[in-house]
Design a binder for this molecule. Sequence first.
Ligand SMILES: [Zn+2]
Ligand SMILES: [Zn+2]
Length: 340
Amino acid sequence: MNSIYGMVRQDNPYILQVRVPVPYPLQYVNAYLIQGDSGWTVLDPGIHSPEALELWEGVFRTLGIGFGQLERIVLTHHHPDHYGLAGYFQHKSGAPVFLSEWGRRQADDLWGNGDEAARRLWRLFRQHGMDAPMADAMLPHMAGFVELVSPRPETAPIQSGDMLQLGDGLWEAVETGGHAAGHMSFYRKETGEMFCGDAVLPRISPNIGYMPGVEEDPLASFLEGLRHLGEYAVERAYPGHRDSFQGFAKRCCELIAHHDRRLGQMEERIGAGPCTAYECCTGLFGTRLTVHQFRFAMSETLAHLIHLEGQGRIRREERQGAVVFFGASRNPTASSLLRR
Ligand SMILES: [Zn+2]
Ligand SMILES: [Zn+2]
């Protein structure tokens, strides 16, 4: 593998990984260029920032191609680091952009609907015990994404099971939820290759995102997705972050085990004394987090608590407008614990 202008060649000479910078701790997102006889497919072009555009200019110059050679743009999911440049690339190339219907709806809701989604998140976090200054900081933070995903693309829908052309090959779209509702991975049976976006990542655990009104129990759907993806015969996986990897089914099992452990930790924490999701979150992830990291940590915590609640391992009660979680045992009662 060699690397120039953020491009990392893969064993498959028709697939090029492009490391597009993102302004988060993850540092970069993997876009993929897939070469076909009549043009190129771009998978997840990255975020719309001057740094990302500069990188793409270098990539196109090195390859001797232009926007005119882009045949299609395919998105695994709607998160800004993957989706952000799709509209700009479409504007420049006229290429169709493929995204799941769930993905399109969430993108419209998050960035095409004023601050409605951000306010919903604010209410959710306040209800779950986040202090006002931190919750207030979520509003400008969320608004800051709009320019990173503009202009937004016109999208054509992809459904699970669709066979989509990437380069010259046909790839099966596989939908799994939990990290992002409507997330699509793409599998090519002939070669055992899988573009897995953020559904399965090597070395890091994909964030489980709880958003009101989307998936009721995102962790349940994430775990179900891992079991489903783990059944595919995968020789080489191309993730949305970090390096391409082998041992895909094993990685799916590791992530399931990771969440089992985390569920156990949270159940134990709540068993030791009732607490809000925010208290549980800061207990587990600490308080020295950026606004961005706090949003991810809270979503992750809520996803686990909702899952534990669904399994009957904890329960919630509302106290003075805040949701408090308790161990599942009814004895001692919630009110007697609160009086202590
Ligand atoms: Zn993502
Ligand atoms: Zn990502």
